[in-house]
Structures are given as C-alpha cells and as structure tokens.
Design a protein around this ligand. Structure first.
Ligand code: HAM
Length: 430
C-alpha cells in the first residue's frame, strides 16, 4: 500500500475515466448551446453565509455536510456543496439582470459534501448544471424539463424516470406545512429520531425519510393545498411538456427536495440501474432566492446532474463504450531508419492537426521510431489502433507510405499525398 491515498470520499479520475467525463461534458455543452445557455465558472469556495442563507439553516447539507473553515484572516468560508448559490451570487454581483431581460448560465465543476461515502456518493463529486434567470412563465419550467430529458436521451439513458412535483409558493406552502405539522405531531411517538426533530424545523423532509416515509401512507401531500395560481402553473407545465415531447413526466406529489430555496416546480431524474443512489439529476424553480440574497426580484430555475452517477448509469447501459468505439479511430505512425523516422515524425504532426481528420475523430499516435518495426506494430495493437502508417527507406525514396490494417493484417502502398483522402474514407476498427 502506498503511504498516501486519496482522502476518504474523494477519487481520482484516471485517463480511462476522464474520456467518459469529457464525452459527457461535450454532449452537455453542445445541448446547452442549442438551448441558449452560456458558461460561467465561479469559485470553489464562497462565504459560509452564502450557503446557509441559500440552502436553508435546517437542511442536512448545512447542518451536517458542509466543509466549512476559517481562513487566516478569520473569514468564515465553505467549499461549495452545490453550484446554484455561487451562480446566483455572481448573477447579482455582476448585475447580469441589467445586461439582458433574461440570463441562461451553465457550469461544470466539483462540489463538496461531507456525506457518508458509499457507492455513487462521494465527498467531492462533479456536477453539470444550468440556471435560467428572469422567466416566471411555465414555458421556462417546461423548457428546462425538455432540456433535461433531451440530455439524458442523448446520453443513451432514455429509460430514466423524470419525476416532477410543485412545492407551492409563499401563499400555499405555509398552509400545507401547518397541515403536515399537525399530522406529524399526532404520530410523533412512532417516528424516527431524525423525523421527530424535523417536525418543528423541516416537516417536508419527513416525506423522503427512508424509515418513516414509506410507513406514512396517509401523509398529506402538497397537491391538495396548491393555490389557484400554483395549480394553473403546474397544469400549464404538464401540458407544455407533453405537447413538446409526446411524453408525460411522472407526477410525484411526495417529491420534496433537500434544499430550502425551491418554490413551485421541483424535479428529479432517477434510474433503476444504480441501487440506493438512484438520483442522477435534480432541480427546480427558486423564485425568491435572488431577492433573498440581495438582488433584484428575479424568478429563476435550474438543475444539476451528478457526473459520476450519470457515467455509471451510462456504463451500466453499455452505451459509452459502444459510442466511443463507433466514433473514433486511432492510426499509429511507425518508421524504420533515421531518415524515414524524421519524415514519419513530420507526417505524424501534420496528420494530428488536420481539421478534417479531427472532425472525423481520427487520432494519431507514434514517435517510437527507435524500436524495431515489429515492436512498434505490437504497441499499435495494444493501443487498439485500427491502422498503422509505415515509413521505410523505400517508401521515403518513392514518396509513398505503407498503410497496414491491424484488423486483418493486409497492407497497401499509397502515394504519400493520397494518405489523407484515404484515411477520411476509412471506417473505425470494429
Ligand atoms: P442536488 O439534488 O443536491 O441538487 O444535487 C444534484 C445531483 O448531484 C444529484 O441528483 C446527484 O446526482 C448529484 N450528487 C449530489 N450529492 C452527491 C454526492 N455526495 N456524490 C455524488 N453525486 C452527488 C443541487 O445540487 C441543486 N443545486 C440543483 C439545482 C440547480 N437546483 C436548481 N438549480
């Protein structure tokens, strides 16, 4: 065992896994662009108060899971447990509300929560998220849901469940909270210790308690308490989503969220393939948060997916591998002799930067010209290259190359100038 190991709950992303992260991030970026979102990068740590104010004093994250610390100047800071609070802070600080009537931002970054580590649950994990400011209409909720669904489909995870609920607003939620409290008080002695505490501070969380939640079959749900406006909003979101996608989402009246900033629409994307940590993504509307943090009264909503869990689900569905091997081709450049090696080196660099070859996801490796040709070919094989370009003395003199298929070991001679066009016609190694 080595002396130093990654801290409990953290993990290294080795090159083999980094490819999956890159492909997830690239697809997300592409989709965000189509939906008009622009990237924002905010700091990994912020003032502690930003998170306690945003997420809620009594949430599990704030009570138990924050990496909070004092810096040398005695400032109270915390590693970000999620991305929304920092993005809202930046939105207010840079007066983004004044530059455009609405603002759509996305981010990719790691988050920190001191949770008990287990499969799919880390203390540092990656999120890809998006936040949409300045649109209170149900069209914005529906657009966010359509975007999330489109993303998971593009990732090959069409069978995920999209669960949606509305938590009501400042008018109807207190009425619901009161009804829930009364109901829970009557059952208090039969509840777990955590839920007994939650009754006073955060009764909604009892709904997703793993112990008590399933037992309380007659617990009141929020849909019976929605005010007219919240009901109309939710009905509109439902119908816009159905019209746009041809599908219904799963209305889940017991869905509450672990963060206090939500108003109205909340949602979660879950999968059956990952066991206990089944939430791949989550989000919702938070119309009061911008004002609460000192900004202009601005409706907003957003979502974030957990990258590790999403990748695990993709791998479980064996999509990543197939997509990768279908799309990319590695070509190895080998040479024999000093003068051919110099020419091969030049050729390798030219091929690597060729835009048309890049566009077709054809990659090049080489530069091991001091090894025997056989050793270079077996290295190409180990790298799973589809083809090998060989430059020997004879090829150099005739301005040609040999192109060898590593799949069936056939080879042919080509004029050097014809190589590029030939490569563009090749299909990847199966
Ligand atoms: P969240 O539900 O706390 O929401 O996290 C979103 C996703 O991050 C989860 O569905 C899960 O996939 C992943 N995740 C959370 N905790 C962990 C962990 N310990 N290990 C691995 N993955 C984890 C938010 O963070 C909100 N900021 C989402 C949002 C954006 N709402 C509005 N805008």
């Amino acid at each position: 065992m080595t002396k130093y190991q990654a801290v409990r709950g953290t993990h290294d992303i080795l090159p083999a896994d980094a490819a999956a992260f890159q492909s997830l991030e690239a697809r997300s970026r592409q989709l965000f662009k189509q939906f008009g979102f622009h990237e924002i990068r905010t700091p990994t740590f912020e003032s502690l108060e930003l998170f306690t104010r945003s997420l809620g004093e009594t949430t599990d994250i704030v009570e138990k899971e924050m990496y909070a610390f004092e810096d040398r100047g005695g400032r109270k800071l915390a590693l970000r447990p999620e991305g929304t609070a920092g993005v809202v802070r930046a939105f207010i600080e840079h007066h983004l509300a004044q530059t455009s009537p609405f603002c759509k931002l996305f981010y990719i970054g790691s988050m920190f929560r001191a949770e008990r580590p287990q499969a799919g649950r880390y203390r540092e994990f990656w999120q890809i998220g998006a936040e949409y400011f300045g649109n209170a209409a149900p069209e914005a909720d529906a657009e966010m849901l359509v975007m999330v669904q489109t993303l998971f489909r593009a990732l090959g995870l069409a069978d995920v469940q999209l669960k949606v609920n509305s938590l009501g607003d400042e008018k109807c939620r207190p009425v619901y909270r009161k009804a829930l409290k009364d109901y829970l008080e009557a059952k208090k002695s039969g509840l777990c210790e955590d839920c007994q505490r939650r009754i006073a501070k955060n009764p909604l969380r009892v709904l997703d308690c793993k112990i008590d939640g399933p037992k309380l079959t007659d617990i009141p749900t929020v849909d019976h308490y929605w005010c007219e406006e919240c009901r109309a909003h939710f009905t509109a979101v439902t119908s816009l989503f159905e019209k746009a996608t041809g599908h219904a989402f799963v209305f889940t009246p017991r869905l509450v969220r672990g963060l206090d900033y939500y108003t109205r629409t909340v949602f979660e994307v879950t999968t059956h393939v990952l066991g206990a940590q089944d939430a791949l993504a989550a989000g919702g509307r938070y119309d009061k948060l911008v004002k609460e943090l000192g900004g202009p009264d601005t409706p907003a909503l957003g979502f974030a997916l957990g990258s590790e869990r999403t990748i695990q689900a993709m791998q479980a569905a064996e999509k990543t591998k197939k997509v990768e091997s279908r799309q990319s081709l590695l070509v190895f450049v080998a040479a024999q002799g000093d003068a051919p090696a110099a020419a091969a080196f030049q050729l390798l660099q030219e091929l690597r930067v060729d835009p048309a070859l890049q566009e077709r996801s054809i990659f090049f490796e080489g530069g091991f010209f001091q090894k025997k040709l056989g050793a270079q070919l077996s290295l190409a094989d180990r790298l799973n290259a589809g083809y090998c370009v060989i430059m020997g003395q004879d090829e150099l003199e005739k301005d040609e190359i040999t192109l060898r298929s590593l799949k069936d070991s056939t080879q042919e001679r080509l004029p050097r100038a014809a190589l590029r066009a030939h490569l563009l016609k090749l299909s990847p190694r199966a």
